[in-house]
Design a protein around this ligand. Structure first.
Ligand SMILES: [Zn+2]
Ligand SMILES: [Zn+2]
Length: 54
């Protein structure tokens, strides 16, 4: 079985999703649809948890 993945369509999101899926979560869908470009993903997944503070 080949599991193809692509990056989540939310630009600020670091998650990967199955190719037939657009977003990793409802949070990402809402962020894109409401055009909230905060530069911070709020999906809550591990890949997006780390806050860049340097
Ligand atoms: Zn994310
Ligand atoms: Zn996402």
């Amino acid at each position: 079985m080949s599991e193809e993945t692509k990056p989540c369509d939310h630009d600020a999101c670091n998650c990967r999703v199955p190719v037939e899926q657009e977003y990793c979560s409802e949070a990402c869908r809402l962020a894109v649809e409401s055009q909230v470009m905060s530069g911070q993903c709020e999906c809550g997944h591990a890949a997006c948890q780390q806050r860049v503070r340097s």
